[in-house]
Ligand binder design. Structure first.
Ligand SMILES: Cc1ncc(COP(=O)(O)O)c(C=O)c1O
Length: 415
């Protein structure tokens, strides 16, 4: 536990606390049940206490609301242009596929920690592309894509009831889900002062951001890090769009310009889904404070959260190759340019969108009206309200469609 602040040691000790709270809750539920009427089929006082499945506390899956608009867009005579999701459509690079195939013979279990080759490739990549020199390969672990880590990080850190998990007001929805899965308190807030004296266990930052593509400058990130360190909170930085800066250069929380040369209390979450067209492989990693990474590793070992060996080999090849990323950037840059111009032509304003895979667009009307307007032209976009109330006037337009489909959208927008 060396090198941890008192509050962070608290975070590491909290699994026991969380367990105790859960046990207390179960006992409470049990005694409530004994006081109430016995449910049908219950066998008197020996019946198990009823537990509320975690899904009860999860929000409805919002994408279902988009289905009627997808049907409307699909009715276009030239077919739908689906720009509602950020799923890559270009081929997985040959160098990565070859590495996957070469590692196909994998009779034994992979390690949760990941191969040394993968962790060293990640160290090289972080030094080259994330401004993070001399990272310890022992403080990096592969993850099954980054979404699972986002969803389980509060649990892996032992956070629970009474711990706030803070994330941006407009954000990727899984930060909220992760807090709920842990039984912690999800708090969407862009203002540290608005949080008051509550106990904060984890602060998420996401730059470049989904959905709006804003890039947080190093000085802003440094302030968040200082604030969190003073309160003993962990900062997790979701950096899955780091190599997709267009008008601004994204900065990693692992950059000494942000962290002052110390990784205390910091985790950077990375994904190969977007940079390497690897979403189907489920390939990500987490790097940062060695003590926090060790704790996350210990729980992941017990939970069987390990990345398949052939995927680890593919990730190693992908991280050592920048050429395919540069090539992919050229594809996205062109799509972004033509789509941006066509949206402006059709009366949209584009806000933020300095980096990442989306254009954050508005016609200064409710987002569902804009989704409908686009659907009538055979184009499907995501309503900004999916990402928080502050998104109610915007739509998120993804750059992840083929050149042919993007050109079809441009034609429809400029007709
Ligand atoms: C901000 C953000 N974080 C994490 C993810 C998850 O990516 P993956 O699980 O493919 O690594 C996404 C996916 O779109 C995202 O937008």
């Amino acid at each position: 536990m060396e090198g941890l602040h008192a509050g962070q040691r608290g975070v590491l000790r909290r699994p026991r606390l969380a367990r105790r709270r859960r046990q207390a809750r179960c006992h409470r539920q049990g005694s409530r049940r004994r006081r109430g009427a016995a449910p049908a089929g219950a066998r008197g006082a020996l019946s198990r206490p009823q537990r509320v499945p975690p899904t009860v506390r999860l929000p409805d899956f919002p994408w279902d609301a988009l289905v009627p608009y997808a049907e409307r867009a699909a009715a276009h005579p030239d077919g739908i242009v689906d720009l509602s999701v950020g799923t890559p459509v270009d081929p997985t690079p040959e160098v990565v596929r070859a590495a996957l195939a070469a590692a196909a013979d994998a009779p034994g279990y992979p390690t949760t920690l990941g191969t040394a080759a993968l962790r060293e490739a990640a160290v090289r990549w972080l030094a080259r592309r994330a401004g993070a020199p001399d990272l310890d390969p022992g403080a990096i672990i592969p993850t099954i894509g980054s979404k699972e880590l986002v969803a389980w990080l509060p649990t892996l850190l032992g956070l629970g009831p009474g711990d706030a998990v803070v994330f941006p007001e407009l954000a990727y929805p899984t930060y909220d889900i992760g807090a709920r899965l842990a039984g912690a308190d999800p708090v969407a807030s862009d203002s540290a002062t608005a949080l008051g004296p509550r106990r904060v266990g984890l602060v998420w930052v996401n730059s470049p951001a989904n959905p709006h593509g804003r890039v947080l400058p190093a000085a802003h990130l440094a302030k968040v890090v200082d604030w969190a360190r003073e309160r003993g909170a962990v900062v997790a930085s979701d950096e899955c769009y780091l190599e997709l800066g267009w008008e601004e250069r994204p900065v990693s929380v692992l950059d000494p310009a942000v962290n002052g040369g110390s990784l205390d209390g910091l985790l950077a979450v990375h994904s190969l889904s977007k940079r390497s067209n690897l979403a189907g492989y489920r390939a990500g990693f987490v790097a940062g404070d060695p003590a926090l990474v060790r704790q996350v590793l210990e729980v992941r070992k017990h939970a069987g959260l390990m990345v398949p060996a052939p995927v680890q080999a593919a990730m190693t090849a992908a991280l050592d190759d920048d050429a395919h990323v540069d090539q992919q950037r050229v594809r996205y840059a062109r799509r972004r340019d033509v789509l941006r111009a066509a949206l402006a032509d059709a009366g949209f304003r584009i806000d933020h969108s300095a980096a990442g895979l989306y254009l954050w667009a508005t016609r200064d009307q409710p987002c569902w009206d804009t989704v409908g307007w686009l659907a009538d032209r055979g184009i499907l976009a995501a309503p900004g309200a999916f990402y928080g109330a502050a998104g109610a006037g915007h739509v998120r337009v993804a750059l992840t469609a083929t050149d042919e489909r993007i050109d079809a959208a441009v034609k429809r927008l400029t007709a």
